[in-house]
Design a protein around this ligand. Structure first.
Ligand SMILES: Cc1cc2nc3c(=O)[nH]c(=O)nc-3n(C[C@H](O)[C@H](O)[C@H](O)COP(=O)(O)OP(=O)(O)OC[C@H]3O[C@@H](n4cnc5c(N)ncnc54)[C@H](O)[C@@H]3O)c2cc1C
Length: 607
């Protein structure tokens, strides 16, 4: 394979590729990798199959900010990120920095590496929403586990409090996962105290047993697992744990002479799809126009034989489609973009999981010698655990009675295009929160490396708001609905947890929210003034029937055109009680399988 920023080096050999993948991020590389598996091995030796990946970020293979898991939250990532900023939000009248990765490996190269999955019912909900074949059984067994090479915890790690379920993990995939080794104790004491204190604050929360945040039931509080290559047991050398980004897992780990048919062009921005127009057929992708990041006046065109796979992430895939003439007709015509497909769903349904930070000055320095991720344990908390059973019942009743009104508001504010679709997704979320008791809040316990501070990051998991992102303006509006009640309550619960006597012993001062924040009103004001986006963006090219406001079908094909699929976090129509990367890898594995099956079918038909 080759990775280069030199367009001539790539286009001089061929300007035509079987598949062009725009975006070399978390999902993009997975699609590239699939050819290493059985059927596809045959394909890659076929010189007619070639793949071009176009990635705007740089190839920074050995940058310690990426490779060292201890860098997250400490190192300056500003040159590895896109500088998306939202418009002022309806809540708090503030804009938000929207962080996503701009580097080969995408967000998987700069994320917090936590390795978790949603509840089984949340994947089943994809099927209920009209996407045949998208359910937990198949996502977990065939795709999410397939992407994973889990390192079972050592005896030492389990003795130190790590829990897991063997059946929740894949052992033969490419993304290395597991627990840091050596395990970052003496912080274990901190995690143990926080885990115990959680049970005092969140009645009934699981703190023992084989809790595994990848099992389909993440409820409870337990130690985090990560997308890392754990260090060896004996060697205490710094740098032993290494981040396993998608670039590390799917590209760098290949032998350099492997895959001469894989071309990765970095530092180039994909601008739009160029189309073949037929009088009687839907437009089909002819190629991708792209430009050098260093000199946008230099434009190039790569031709595609089969398909363009759009994997630019939830903030860039929809704008790319709109620049390609796929989007809302009025919006495109106002911008003088020729309309290839009138698909108003593109760019709607943006969701993140708004969060808030608490910070404490501890009486000891955090151990940072073994380059382990900073988050040690995470609590996935249900509604009754946050609000008590009466409070939860009242909240659920309110969700039920306001459902139609909220669905209408989502449509009115450009969050989804179909009232029926909005009602359906809200009903499904209502079931998850009210009946299935899915976690609605996550608390991460974090030791800030090279400091004496530790923190809790608290965020809502299943937002009811919907925003949008369009090329006219970068406008992801957040409609608060009921969610901020939960952030405020979660923030109050975090304070309660950190004032349990056992936890209080561990720090001398609460730095954030700080002692001026005392009453529920203070907390509400604090949350409104300080909540932030957490980087878990989804939904802007929703996988739903078109009549319900979808932009891609269950095969990830964009409605109204041929030869274009979207495979990244954009296609998820609803949030999960989870961090997203494991699911995005699963989406990409499934996409790769569908693409290759179709390729094979086409070949058989040609013969
Ligand atoms: C700060 C942060 C922390 C997170 N922490 C966790 C965590 O701990 N655990 C977890 O599971 N998830 C976490 N996530 C979420 C997770 O990383 C993402 O949901 C997931 O990686 C998204 O994958 P993707 O393929 O959709 O997009 P990305 O991985 O972002 O890939 C998109 C790629 O497209 C490229 N691109 C965009 N526009 C263009 C263009 N026009 N031309 C060419 N290239 C372009 C980008 O540079 C990028 O490489 C975190 C995310 C962030 C931002």
């Amino acid at each position: 394979y080759e990775i280069t920023n030199n367009t001539t080096s790539i286009l001089s050999k061929s300007s035509e590729f079987s598949y062009i993948i725009v975006g070399g991020g978390t999902a993009g590389e997975c699609s590239v990798d699939y050819p290493s598996l059985t059927i596809a091995n045959r394909l890659t030796v076929n010189p007619n199959i070639s793949v071009l990946v176009i990635e705007a970020g740089r190839n920074l293979r050995d940058d310690p900010r990426i490779t060292d898991p201890g860098s997250f939250g400490v190192a300056d990532y500003s040159d590895l990120e896109w500088d998306y900023v939202s418009t002022n939000q309806s809540l708090g009248n503030r804009s938000q920095a929207l962080t996503v990765g701009k580097v080969l490996g995408g967000s998987s190269a700069i994320n917090g590496m936590q390795w978790t999955r949603g509840t089984a019912a949340q994947y089943d909900a994809l099927e209920k929403l009209g996407n045949p074949g998208w359910n937990f059984d198949s996502m977990q067994k065939r795709y999410m586990k397939k992407s994973e090479r889990f390192h079972k915890p050592t005896l030492n790690q389990t003795n130190l409090g790590v829990t897991f379920q063997p059946s929740a993990h894949g052992l033969n995939g490419r993304v290395s996962t597991g627990f840091p080794n050596p395990y970052p104790c003496p912080l274990c004491n901190l995690w143990d105290v926080l885990i115990q204190a959680s049970s005092a604050v969140f009645p009934g929360i699981r703190t023992t047993g084989e809790i595994d945040q990848c099992s389909g039931d993440p409820r409870g509080v337990s130690r985090c697992s990560y997308s890392i290559i754990p260090g060896s047991d004996s060697d205490l050398e710094a740098g032993e744990n290494i981040r396993s980004s998608s670039a590390e897992s799917y590209v760098y780990s290949l032998s350099p002479n492997d895959r001469p048919n894989l071309h990765i062009l970095v530092e180039h921005k994909a601008v739009n799809i160029v189309w073949n127009e037929h009088p009687d057929l839907p437009p089909s992708a002819r190629g991708v126009a792209f430009q050098a990041e260093s000199d946008p006046s230099q434009s190039f065109l790569a031709i595609v034989q089969k398909e363009v796979i759009v994997s630019l992430g939830a903030l860039s895939s929809a704008p790319f489609l709109e620049r390609s003439g796929v989007g809302d007709r009025n919006l495109l015509e106002n911008l003088d973009i020729s309309v290839t497909a009138d698909l108003p769903a593109v760019g709607t349904n943006l969701q993140d999981q708004a969060g808030i930070f608490s910070l404490f000055d501890a009486s000891f320095m955090m151990n940072t010698t073994n380059h382990a991720p900073a988050a040690g344990a995470a609590a996935f908390v249900t509604l009754p655990q946050i609000l008590g059973s009466k409070g939860a019942e009242a909240y659920v009743q309110d969700l039920k009675h306001s459902l139609q009104q909220r669905a209408q508001r989502i449509v009115d504010t450009g969050g989804l295009t179909s009232f029926e679709g909005a009602s359906k997704v809200l009903e499904i979320q209502f079931e998850q929160i009210g009946t299935e008791n899915a976690p609605v809040v996550e608390l991460d316990f974090i030791a800030l490396p090279a400091s004496s501070a530790f923190a809790a990051s608290t965020w809502i998991l299943l937002p009811q708001y919907r925003g949008n992102i369009h090329i006219t303006s970068n406008d992801p509006r957040i409609v608060p609905a009921k969610d901020f009640t939960l952030v405020v309550n979660a923030s109050l619960a975090t304070r309660k947890l950190f004032t349990q006597p056992s936890v209080k012993n561990l720090y001398s001062l609460e730095l954030l929210p700080g002692l001026t924040v005392q009453t529920p009103e203070d907390f509400t004001a604090y949350v409104f003034a300080n909540y932030s986006a957490v980087g878990h963006f989804i939904g802007t090219v929703p996988m739903l029937p078109q009549s319900l406001g979808g932009a891609v079908d269950a095969e990830l094909k964009v409605y109204g055109v041929k030869g274009v699929r979207v495979a990244d976090a954009s296609i998820l129509p609803i949030q999960l009680s989870a961090h997203l990367q494991s699911t995005v890898y699963g989406i990409a594995e499934k996409a790769a399988e569908m693409i290759l099956n179709e390729y094979e079918k086409g070949r058989r038909e040609e013969m």
